[in-house]
Write a protein that binds this ligand. Structure first.
Ligand code: FAQ
Length: 320
């Protein structure tokens, strides 16, 4: 390593240690850049693919008010995807490369979006549990060492907290409704509980990226720490709803000051992230179709931008 490289690396390490943000033009180790591209692009893909299970219910929402709320939420997820793709682009990867990796199965997206949304109660459970888990994971990312990612997360988290509350409200209305509605809410909780816990990733001992990402202040808490926080936060909410979390081993542990909970079915998790979950193929097919059918919009936007640029450079030449 040359003297200049050593100085640059020392500056990078000092910035991370002093909680200063690393910005796109700053020197950074290649492996830091690669880790960020991997995580941010997978996060962006999750937001975009995550629009599909809820998009499925926009035309079937039970009232105009619910339809408007769901539509706004799904649009927000698109916006989150866009901030995140832009943040990843600052690291030197192109949008086309990222989308190509998604469409060819090279890049992952969150396991949770490979499960089907079968009833209206799933809109409640997704907002309450999936957005709830997303916030738990994303609030610490607001303090991530990479500036553009951290700043994108601040806005995303504000919107996610509205999403979580609207989901909880859907669950509350159902839980306080008829017996049939309460059963729907319980059924949705039964199906979404374990996949929500899987969102936090493998146990710390089996998480290959955690140690390094924590050293770099990309991740501020481990997968297991965040999962535990989520369980501790969510159990009282389920009690308030009068619903039962589908885990016979769930129990308050006085000594630890946390809930103990049962073992996650890791085989199911790995199966889903390897592309074999209930909806993986359907989700990618829907994304590829949307991308192909949207080609004319991208072409039109590019043609318009080109025309505007030409106009601007002509008027600059006249002025000169
Ligand atoms: N699903 O060593 P680790 C949302 C992969 S946004 C799929 O622990 P890391 C909003 C991992 O990529 C939800 N793959 O990895 C919304 C790695 O594979 P690789 C998305 C997973 O990166 C709500 C391998 O396993 N949020 O929900 C998953 O240190 C409602 C080893 O794992 C984010 O992306 C998983 N659950 O920690 C939208 C947050 N877990 O890449 C619509 C940012 C792990 O080597 C509707 N990301 N893997 O091939 C993160 O915080 C981290 O990347 C983790 C994983 C915590 C997800």
């Amino acid at each position: 390593m040359s003297e200049t490289d050593k100085n640059l690396e020392a500056r990078f390490e000092a910035y991370v240690a002093e909680e200063k943000k690393i910005e796109p033009k700053d020197w950074m180790p290649d492996s830091y850049r690669k880790t960020l591209i991997r995580q941010i692009s997978q996060h962006a893909h999750s937001e975009i693919v995550g629009m599909l299970p809820e998009g499925n219910w926009i035309s079937r929402a039970p009232s105009l008010k619910r339809k408007a709320i769901l539509l706004a939420k799904v649009q927000d997820e698109a916006g989150h995807g866009l901030y995140l793709y832009s943040a990843a682009e600052t690291l030197g990867v192109t949008r086309n490369q990222m989308l190509n990796d998604l469409h060819t199965g090279k890049a992952k997206y969150s396991s949770i979006f490979n499960y089907p949304t079968l009833t209206w109660a799933d809109m409640g459970a997704v907002g309450w549990l999936v957005d709830g888990a997303a916030i738990m994971n994303q609030v610490p990312l607001c303090k991530c060492s990479y500036g553009p990612y951290a700043r994108a997360m601040v806005r995303v988290c504000k919107e996610e907290s509205f999403h979580q509350r609207q989901g909880f409200q859907v669950m509350l209305n159902l839980a306080q409704g008829t017996d049939e509605q309460k059963d729907m809410a319980q059924d949705a909780l039964n199906r979404w509980w374990w996949p929500s816990l899987m969102m936090f990733g493998p146990n710390d001992a089996d998480s290959p990226h955690s140690a390094q990402s924590m050293k770099w202040n990309i991740k501020r808490f481990s997968n297991d720490e965040l999962r535990q926080r989520f369980v501790d936060m969510t159990v009282p909410q389920a009690e308030l709803l009068g619903l039962t979390i589908p885990d016979p081993d769930l129990k308050w542990n006085e000594e630890r000051g946390h809930y103990d909970f049962g073992e996650i079915q890791w085989e199911e998790f790995y199966n889903v992230i390897q592309g074999n979950g209930p909806c993986n193929k359907e989700r990618i097919a829907a994304r590829v179709k949307a991308h192909d059918e949207g080609a004319w919009v991208r072409e039109a936007a590019n043609a318009y931008a080109k025309k505007e640029n030409e106009k601007r450079s002509k008027s600059a030449t006249h002025a000169a």
